[in-house]
Design a protein around this ligand. Structure first.
Ligand SMILES: [Zn+2]
Length: 308
């Protein structure tokens, strides 16, 4: 089965992770622009970061057999630095129009401050103007209210809910998100957001319509095989294959494919892996390492499907 991990901060992950994901069936990842664990203090570092996720990271993923897309945005935490935020808003349009950018995101609320609200709204307007989908990061604290408010603002700005993916849902938020016509994504993230067993239970209740499973793997304790493990556990627990295909693959493609930047033929007919190739003069190889040309070998397996 093919999988799409529609929320994966691959910049923070290793080549082992790419190999494991490819071996598990992940054909494409979407890397949302987010913060790096500590706030950036200059617009220039933002420019370099956005350049990486539309540039070298896309190239690096390709060298491990995975198609890489990204979303562009000012995240909620850094929206609280107004000087930085103003500068970032100026440069966003030029990045949002680059090849492989499938949405504005991840944007939304963290502490639900006034500045977060201001830049969330401005970026929804930008998405409408550029006809791009939106990826919404819902807050960890006061989640239910933050999720409702995120959707209220979308409605107020007149963006079609079919263009908006509300991410990091849980049992408390999913019903309202689906009832209001938005896409409901779930991050399979150990110990804090959503585990595989809970996700399978949710699939039993809600089925597959507008539900998306992702890993949100990043620099924290996280699991790049979250999508593949959910799929394997779901199959083990008797969820039908079509439901699994929809929530672990097709729905993400339908939602983010609305950008016109992500198509199945990208991975059905991918360029052959050739690690001798370079990106702006640099390859993924270090020192005298033998380049892989053609097929990748991987030592990884899908043992231990349970993510708590
Ligand atoms: Zn994220």
């Amino acid at each position: 089965m093919m999988f799409i991990d529609s929320h994966a901060h691959m910049l923070s992950r290793t080549t082992d992770d790419y190999e494991a994901m490819a071996a598990a069936g992940v054909v494409a990842v979407i890397e949302p622009a987010f913060w790096l664990g500590q706030p950036r203090t200059h617009v220039a570092t933002y420019i370099d970061y956005l350049s990486s996720i539309v540039g070298f990271e896309r190239f690096r993923a390709g060298q491990f057999g995975i198609r890489h897309y990204c979303t562009i945005g000012l995240n909620s935490k850094e929206a609280n630095n107004q000087e930085l935020a103003e500068g970032v808003m100026e440069i966003l349009p030029r990045f949002a129009l680059k090849e492989g950018v499938v949405a504005i995101g991840e944007i939304g609320y963290d502490d639900q401050t006034e500045l977060e609200d201001k830049y969330y709204r401005l970026q929804i307007d930008l998405a409408i103007e550029l006809e791009l989908p939106v990826m919404v990061h819902t807050p960890h604290r006061d989640k239910k209210r933050g999720t409702s408010r995120s959707m209220d603002v979308c409605e107020e700005h007149g963006i079609n809910p079919s263009m908006v993916v509300i991410d990091h849902n849980n049992e408390e938020t999913v019903r309202e998100v689906l009832d209001r016509g938005f896409w409901a994504a779930f991050s399979i993230y150990p110990s804090t957001k959503m585990g595989t067993e809970r996700m399978v239970e949710l699939l039993k209740v809600y089925g597959s319509e507008r539900i998306i499973v992702d890993s949100a793997c990043d620099w924290g304790i996280s699991e790049p095989l979250g999508v593949a493990k959910t799929a394997a556990l779901a199959a083990q627990k008797g969820i039908d294959e079509e439901t699994i295909r929809l929530v672990c693959y097709q729905n993400a493609l339908d939602a983010y494919g609305q950008s016109g930047q992500m198509k199945e033929e990208d991975w059905l007919n991918p360029p052959a892996i050739d690690q001798r190739t370079v990106y702006e003069g640099n390859s993924i190889l270090r020192g005298q390492r033998e380049p892989v040309v053609g097929k990748l070998q991987s030592k990884h397996t899908l043992d231990n499907l349970i993510i708590k």
